[in-house]
Structure formats: structure tokens, C-alpha cells
Design a protein around this ligand. Sequence first.
Ligand code: DGL
Length: 260
Amino acid sequence: MLIFDSGIGGISILENIKKKLPKKNYIYLLDNKGFPYGEKKESFIIQRSIKIINTIKNLYPIQIVVIACNTVSTISLHILKKKFNIPIVGVLPSLDQAIKITKNNNIGIIATKATIKSLYTKNLISKYTNSMNIKVIATNELARIAENKIRKISVSNFELKKIFYPWIILAVQPDTIYLGCTHFSFLKNEIQKIFHKPINFLDSYTNTTEIVKKYFLNTKNNQNIKKNIFLYSKYSKNINKLLYILEKYEFNDISKVNLN
Ligand code: DGL
């Protein structure tokens, strides 16, 4: 199983997959050379994801790919599914659950700029705009803040307030917030603190994990990756700051992969 993202966001997906499928081994690809995807053009994101799957498929016997990134999934999941003959699961924003649990009919969705601009997200939001107040924030900053938090750099309240300012000043604030980027799940506590009332946070890992679990239940394919492998696309000293995370997820093989 290959799980990839531009950074540590996908670890929030991996965490859940690991809980449900503790015996499965995985390859996690941190495409830090491509970070942040949210700033990139659609053509880059499509080409990059094709490159990643092709490269890893040629190096390891992967059975299934999990795109642990909303930006890649909203833009290229449909293309990747057609292009490759192995199962590909994406993390796609959905507002179904938010609609069910909101009490004040005000829902926030926050994601990267590329995700918000994508046709997928535009269609998703327009489906509900007649019946709900849907507030949108597009940010590429929040993913950087999450990357810093994981590396034990403290989260600035001031920065967070700047990002959420459009919602903070509303007379009726969203009571339910959909975190449409896998990085944001690491910042729930900090985001909660800048609002004065409890927020329902939603993200997409439950759906993704269920699909992966179903796949493994229905397949006779034996596990063919014998250890947990962590790959990154660019060397930086920052990688060392992730070592404690890599230990936690039992990666016993860590190396750089060339995606040029
Ligand atoms: N974690 C990614 C997502 O879910 C994107 C972060 C980025 O590279 O901008 O959208």
C-alpha cells in the first residue's frame, strides 16, 4: 500500500488506516519537494501524481494507492483512476455529515487554494448553497503551520486568527467546520481555541479508511511489502525533526526517492 502527500498531512490518514489494519505494511511518500501542492497549477498536480505512482510502482510491488491529500484527490483522482489498473483511493471533501450535524445552518469549509479552486469543490459547494450558509476559506498558510507544529515549532495564535478572520468577525459563526486538507487535522485544538464556542470538526479520513479496509477484506492478495517504508523526495535537515514520528509509525526503512 502506497500512501502519499506533499507533507505530514497524510499521516492523519495513515494513523487511521493503521488503527483499522494494524498488520498491514505501508509505504509513506512525503513529497516535500512538491510542497505546498496548494500553490501549484492543476497541470503540475496531475503530472506529479502520475509520476509518483509510476515511480513507486516500478520500485515496489504496491497493491493499492491512497492519496492522502485533498488537493491531489479533488484535482486528479478521476484521471488517476482511469490511467492506472490498481485501486486508487482519494481523500475527497464532503459536506453530507456537516449538513446533518449543524445546528445553526452555518458551515465552514477550509482547504488549500488549489482545492477550493477545483471543479470538484466548486460543484460540492454549489450543491448546498441554496439550503445552507457555506463559508469558504482558501489558504496555503495553514498547511505550513501544521508542518511546523509537527516539527515542534509553536503555533502562532496571531497567524491562526489572521487566517480565520473572515469567520471570526461574522455575527453568526459556523458551528461546523470541514477541514478539507489532511494537514489541518493536526491543528484542531489550536483552531478551537480561537473560537469562543465549541466547533464540530469534520475531516475525510473515516471514508478513506473504510474503502481501504474493504479492499483488503475482499482481496486474496498477500501482503508483499515486508516492512514499513518512508520515502521523501528532497533531503532537508527538517526530515530529522520527523524522526520521532517515524518511530511512532514503525518505519524501519527511510530513504530519498528521485521524482525528477
Ligand atoms: N495535505 C494536502 C491536502 O490535503 C495539501 C497541502 C499542500 O501541499 O498544500 O490538501
